[in-house]
Design a binder for this molecule. Structure first.
Ligand SMILES: Cc1cc2nc3c(=O)[nH]c(=O)nc-3n(C[C@H](O)[C@H](O)[C@H](O)COP(=O)(O)OP(=O)(O)OC[C@H]3O[C@@H](n4cnc5c(N)ncnc54)[C@H](O)[C@@H]3O)c2cc1C
Length: 415
């Protein structure tokens, strides 16, 4: 595949851009693969990429029932940060954040990583104590964050109202190298690199059954026929319960619709990401100028990938005291994605009761930021059959053993 570069653009400009290759090849299933990944979202594609790059396993298929990146990866609000409280979380999210720093160069694809800084507002005394504790934990973990006062918040984000009558801004947990990236580009960049390594990305190919013999996986049934494999990775976010059922085990994961919305585009007015956990909302400004606004999950389990009016009202009402300018904005569109929530709000990267079948799920409302680190850890697990240091604590059996990795504070708002 041709590399993207300034010289390639200049060359193509001379010939009306007729020489570009397709970003990834259209593939049909082979009879057998060394590894099959179910789900061409960011986590599935990153797993395949690091299987090839770090472990030399390239006879790999990524099966996607819709179009690649069409699940939560193409529906999220793109916040990237690693300011989690518990050590295993900080390790994997910081690994992911640091991989994002050079992802465009690694993939030769501009993922538009923008480390503009992320702040989580403290709007109650309780939150001040919580975020100060996280800042201390982060400094022990080697994650650069700091607790800042309200005037620094105002300086970094002039459109904010720090004197709200109900919830004044009392400070914030600030991560200056957090930020955003272009979600589609992350999926497309990994897909292009996987295809370049000879892997097959097969879209419109729904997995309908998991075949097994002698306690081990031997293949999958799909809408494009049966395909054999030595190893299977299930990376399907909100549909994890469905796939686990096919493989014959259960997981403590709930599926919920998480919604977001964007406003009409306006002139640049905010160059940081702000999250307000107490009132439950978060906002950043996209490169197109739209205010990207996220709210919470539906209050009941469901598989509906769409928005609803009461969520717009709830989310905008929550944010309007802190950002009065929102009251004058027109909202352009809203959408939903099916997120996979675990009880401790931490992911699962694990072996399963079925031999050679591995699962990566439970990223819930906050897995976009984790894509590179999660793919790295999952590839390690699939290649070696045992979890490496990044995944060791995220086994599915932690729920049975009571070894929770409680991130309900760090994941207190859906981001
Ligand atoms: C509105 C919203 C806002 C969010 N905001 C943020 C944020 O700001 N920051 C952040 O870090 N995270 C955020 N998230 C969470 C983040 O988007 C997800 O954690 C992450 O994208 C999950 O990626 P994935 O690859 O695991 O899943 P997905 O991208 O959902 O990919 C899974 C794929 O599996 C496919 N699939 C399912 N079943 C089958 C089957 N039987 N056969 C074949 N394929 C199948 C699906 O079609 C899908 O494409 C948000 C999510 C939503 C919905």
């Amino acid at each position: 595949m041709k590399r993207y570069s300034v010289f390639a653009i200049a060359r193509e400009a001379m010939r009306q851009h007729t020489g570009w290759d397709r970003a990834w090849a259209k593939a049909t299933p082979k009879k057998k693969y060394d590894a099959i990944i179910v789900g061409a979202g960011g986590h599935g594609l990153a797993t395949a990429y690091y299987l090839g790059k770090n472990h030399g396993i390239r006879n790999v298929a990524i099966l996607e029932k819709g179009w690649l990146g069409g699940g939560n990866t193409g529906r999220n609000t793109t916040i990237i940060r690693s300011n989690y409280l518990q050590d295993p979380s900080a390790a994997i999210y910081e690994k992911a954040r640091s991989l994002y720093e050079t992802l465009s160069q690694d993939l030769n694809y501009n993922v538009m990583f923008s480390p503009r800084g992320v702040m989580m507002l403290a709007q109650t005394q309780h939150e001040i104590r919580g975020y100060q504790r996280t800042a201390h934990a982060n400094s022990l973990q080697g994650v650069t964050t700091e607790f800042i006062g309200p005037h620094k918040v105002k300086e970094l984000c002039p459109i904010i109202n720090i004197d709200g009558p109900r919830y004044p801004v009392l400070g914030a947990l600030w991560q200056s190298r957090g930020g955003t990236a272009r979600h589609d580009a992350v999926a497309w960049g990994y897909a292009r690199a996987c295809s370049d390594m000879g892997m097959d990305i097969i879209q419109q190919c729904e997995v309908t059954g998991v075949r097994q013999a002698n306690g081990k996986v031997v293949g999958v049934d799909t809408t494009q026929g049966s395909i054999d494999c030595d190893k299977l990775g299930i990376v399907v976010a909100g549909h994890t319960g469905v796939l686990a059922d096919m493989a014959g085990f259960r997981l403590p994961v709930e599926s919920l619709c998480l919604q977001a919305l964007v406003s009409e585009p306006i002139k640049p007015c905010m160059d940081v990401v702000v999250m307000a956990n107490t009132v439950h909302g978060y906002m950043s400004q996209s490169d197109k100028g739209e205010m990207v606004i996220g709210g919470g999950t539906d209050g009941f389990n469901n598989y509906t990938q769409r928005g609803s009016f009461h969520h717009i009202e709830e989310t905008v009402r929550a944010l309007v005291e802190t950002f009065p300018m929102i009251s004058r904005l027109k909202m352009l569109r809203q959408w939903g994605g099916i997120v996979d929530m675990t009880g401790d709000r931490s992911p699962i990267i694990s072996k399963t009761p079925l031999g050679n079948c591995f699962v990566n799920c439970g990223w819930g409302t906050g897995g976009f930021k984790a894509i590179p680190g999660s793919g790295w850890a999952m590839a390690d697990l699939m290649a070696k059959g045992e979890p490496g240091p990044l995944a060791a604590e995220f086994s599915m059996w932690r729920f049975r053993e009571g070894k929770f990795i409680d991130e309900s504070v760090a994941a207190g708002v859906a981001h």
